[in-house]
Design a protein around this ligand. Structure first.
Ligand SMILES: C[S@@+](CC[C@H](N)C(=O)[O-])C[C@H]1O[C@@H](n2cnc3c(N)ncnc32)[C@H](O)[C@@H]1O
Ligand code: SF4
Length: 204
């Protein structure tokens, strides 16, 4: 496959990367596979970025460049990973390379059976249980997201699911009780990012 100039430059930079002894401490690698998303969260830096998916050839290069040690590879990005047309191919390649796949999804588009089969753990983002508030902040279709999450719990159990929430000042009690009630013990609540390149889209 012929790579475009930007991808060729990225690949060439990557092939100059050398893993040092410090890198043997690394257990978690994030590969940012897309900026494309079907949601419009007000706090998301990805909405201002060029909308594009990583080329499969670049993904293959990155995966091949990683050291042969136990690693979790998070397929991520300032976009929705499951929107990448080769998402499941990439997950399969991570598994075939002997590494552990992870992703955080907005929950709108979950392939339950493939998730159960290929992901030891998966992250689902939820910021509120209030449908109007979810719509207001750009997390659309909350009832569908909750339905997908609950089906996923039936299929893979609550221990393999991590809920990720952004604390932007909204009430969180109802959400915390819901997550606990589902039997999910890992609920990561992180404050809204104060970094300048993110907070261009919001004020504190
Ligand atoms: C960038 S998203 C990509 C995955 C997927 N689209 C989703 O929303 O779950 C990954 C995680 O980062 C969080 N996130 C995005 N922008 C943020 C910000 N400005 N501050 C804190 N967390 C943020 C999202 O809520 C999500 O849990
Ligand atoms: S769902 Fe994820 S990628 Fe999409 S807009 Fe929200 S934070 Fe950004």
């Amino acid at each position: 496959m012929k790579l475009d100039r930007k991808t060729e430059k990225d690949v060439s930079k990557l092939s100059q990367t050398r893993f040092t002894s410090f890198d043997s401490m690394i257990r978690f690698v994030q590969i940012e596979i897309t900026t494309v998303c079907n949601f419009g969260c007000f706090y998301c830096a990805g909405r201002e970025m060029p909308q594009r998916h990583m080329k499969p050839a670049l993904f293959d290069k990155i995966l091949a460049s990683l050291p042969d040690v136990r690693l979790t590879i998070s397929l991520q990005g300032e976009g929705e990973p499951t929107m990448h047309p080769y998402f499941w191919d990439m997950v399969g390649k991570v598994v075939m390379s002997g590494k552990s796949p992870y992703t955080i999804t907005n929950g709108s588009n979950i392939d339950i059976m493939r998730t159960v089969r290929l992901f030891p753990q998966i992250g689902v983002s939820l910021d509120t249980l209030d449908e109007d508030e979810a719509k207001r902040i750009g997390r659309f279709g909350l009832p569908g997201v909750l339905r997908n999450l609950e089906q996923l719990i039936v299929a893979m159990g609550p221990k393999r699911i991590i809920i990720h929430s952004v604390d932007y000042g909204q009430p969180l009690e109802a959400l915390r009780s819901y997550v606990q009630g589902l039997g999910i013990s890992r609920h990561v609540v992180q404050p809204i990012q104060p970094k300048a390149d993110y907070s261009l889209r919001y004020r504190f």
